[in-house]
Design a protein around this ligand. Structure first.
Ligand SMILES: *Cc1c(COP(=O)(O)O)cnc(C)c1O
Length: 336
């Protein structure tokens, strides 16, 4: 089976499975798990930050960032398309008593800083206290321009806001730009990183920040039930995600470009966007459920919709792309 639905489907490598089996572990709630501690140190160092926290998921890491930056009655500014607004169950409001103030994303995924400025609430008892600006990189596969990151940082500093990055796929951005993680991270007060997407670890994310922020987040992680015990079993795979999987992301980007090129030859398919490891396409076929069923019968899992997202990752090589494209060609021939 070739699974194009997401890079979350990646299987851990053999090296990860071996490292997990052999990991030295302890009770991480006591701070005693050497493998978790090593992963957190490794991530902090790569990002150029003081500290990091291993979390169960990216959703948890983002929520902890919001809860560590903001108090009850504060608000964060973010995009309408932001994962930590739209796709995380309203956790900041539900569990953190933090109000989101979403703004339309620009076509490139950024937030217009003029509009952000207009959304900052005055210091007045009528309003929530605007505390934080949250960006996402990559967003829908797109890389935020490096110059924009610097502008956003200067803006946040001038306005007295903290700046968070949802960097679930920040390594895709770094690899696409040919820069280190720290070159991106230096513009932010905190960032989250998913280990379990293109980096192929089975479980886990990281929140990176300064000592004080991570100390607060560590407390909230325990409150939220996210204090894990011998979590080094998972962190061992996370270490290899950071050391062995980052550069490989360039292949996913190449394969995404290759897929977009191949799709361009199909009459009923329009490629709307290709960036980093994602291709978005629309299918003009009358019967989309039949298309999805045909692709599945040919071994390709695709969430076919009005706008279909195809995600490249470690477990999809050029052969997988060829199989998908061949199946689409057959469907076009048989269904006009
Ligand atoms: C996947 C994702 C998350 C959340 O990660 P989970 O581990 O699925 O909870 C957060 N932000 C972005 C941009 C993501 O793509």
């Amino acid at each position: 089976m070739f699974d194009f639905r997401s890079d979350t489907v990646t299987q851990p490598t053999e090296a990860m499975r071996r490292a997990m089996a052999q990991a030295e572990v302890g009770d991480d709630v006591y701070g005693d798990d050497p493998t978790v501690n090593a992963l957190e140190e490794q991530a902090a160092e790569m990002a150029g930050f003081e500290a990091a926290l291993f979390t169960a998921s990216g959703t948890q890491a983002n929520l902890l960032a919001l809860m560590a930056h903001c108090e009850r009655g504060d608000e964060y500014l973010c995009g309408q398309q932001a994962h930590n607004y739209k796709f995380e169950g309203g956790g900041a409001a539900v569990l953190g008593s933090i109000q989101p103030q979403p703004l339309d994303n620009e076509a490139d995924g950024s937030l217009c800083l003029k509009r952000v400025e207009a959304a900052i609430k005055p210091d007045d008892i009528h309003f929530a206290r605007t505390r934080l600006l949250s960006l996402e990189n990559t967003i829908g596969g797109k890389v935020l321009p490096m110059s924009y990151l610097a502008d956003a940082q200067a803006f946040a500093f001038e306005k007295g806001l903290k700046l968070h990055l949802d960097g679930a796929r920040v390594f895709n951005a770094a690899v696409a730009e040919g820069v280190s993680l720290s070159a991106i991270a230096q513009h932010f007060d905190s960032l989250t990183i998913c280990l379990s997407k293109g980096l192929a670890a089975p479980v886990g994310s990281l929140l990176v920040g300064d000592e004080a922020l991570i100390k607060k987040a560590r407390r909230w992680r325990k409150v939220l039930g996210g204090g894990m015990r011998q979590a080094g079993i998972l962190a061992a795979a996370g270490q290899l995600a950071l050391t062995e999987q980052v550069e490989r992301l360039a292949q996913d980007h190449d394969n995404a470009r290759y897929l977009a090129e191949q799709l361009a030859a199909l009459k009923q398919v329009e490629v709307n966007q290709c960036a980093t490891n994602m291709v978005f396409a629309s299918f003009a076929h009358a019967n989309l459920p039949a298309l999805q069923a045909q692709l599945l019968a040919d071994g390709c899992k695709v969430s076919v919709g009005a706008k279909t997202r195809l995600v490249l990752h470690k477990d999809l090589d050029r052969g997988a792309v060829d199989a998908l494209v061949a199946s689409l060609h057959r469907f076009e021939q048989e269904n006009g």
